[in-house]
Design a protein around this ligand. Structure first.
Ligand SMILES: Nc1nc2[nH]cc(C(=O)O)c2c(=O)[nH]1
Ligand code: SF4
Ligand SMILES: [Mg+2]
Length: 203
């Protein structure tokens, strides 16, 4: 069995509860959603066998493996096989469309980023025996506002317009104080923007 991968790279977790943690990122290919603002390259660049991917992870000194996408849960069988063969902290980034506890409980931590209310509601209703967060990107005006009630972490929307982005960060920051919600920067975007981070990639 093979895992379709867009790319594999070592970086610093740029957002969320484990922000700052040196990690090996595995960006799987393919997604079941087509968000209009999606800027993630999810094309298939390579297909690795379970054994090959296991070896790539064992060759990395990083203790945390972040499975992201695309949508990793579309490949839950081969990914489960890899996880069973490695001894790392496995973190998952998922859009929450595919809540299947037997797969999700393979992970040490899950960051759900639902795009639709129905998916956010399913997370709420699931009796998941794994540490998780619901991360929502918002500008508090239009983007993400219908998901805020489900969020345990809020992140400010980045547009590339510095003045506008700074206003948004301050707005979300103040809102998080008022509502007692955890605020997360998006450090990889602040430091590298998305494009430059790709240049750091190794595999
Ligand atoms: N540094 C860094 N941290 C991240 N955390 C989540 C990411 C993602 O694209 O899922 C990501 C990413 O692409 N880069
Ligand atoms: S869920 Fe994420 S990867 Fe999939 S289309 Fe939306 S933004 Fe892109
Ligand atoms: Mg990204």
């Amino acid at each position: 069995m093979k895992v379709r991968v867009n790319n594999i790279f070592e970086s610093i977790q740029g957002e969320g509860r484990y922000i700052g943690t040196p990690s090996l990122f595995i960006r799987t290919s393919g997604c079941n959603l087509t968000c209009s603002w999606c800027d993630t390259n999810i094309k298939i660049k390579k297909e690795l066998t379970v054994e090959e991917l296991t070896q790539v992870i064992k060759d990395s000194t990083k203790n945390t493996v972040v499975w992201t996408g695309g949508e990793p849960t579309l490949q839950n069988k081969p990914i489960s096989e890899v996880i069973d063969k490695i001894d790392r902290n496995n973190h998952l980034e998922t859009n929450a469309t595919n809540i299947e506890n037997s797969f999700l409980e393979k992970f040490d931590y899950i960051a759900f980023s639902p795009k639709e209310k129905v998916d956010a509601e399913k997370i709420h209703g699931s009796k998941l025996d794994t540490e998780y967060d619901v991360k929502v990107v918002t500008d508090l005006n239009e983007v993400g506002t219908n998901l805020i009630e489900y969020a345990s972490i809020l992140m400010p929307l980045t547009t590339g317009n510095q003045e506008r982005d700074m206003k948004c960060k301050k707005r979300v920051w103040k809102y998080c104080i008022e509502k007692d919600i955890q605020y997360s920067p998006r450090a990889h975007i602040d430091v590298w923007r998305d494009r430059e981070e790709k240049e750091l990639k190794k595999h």
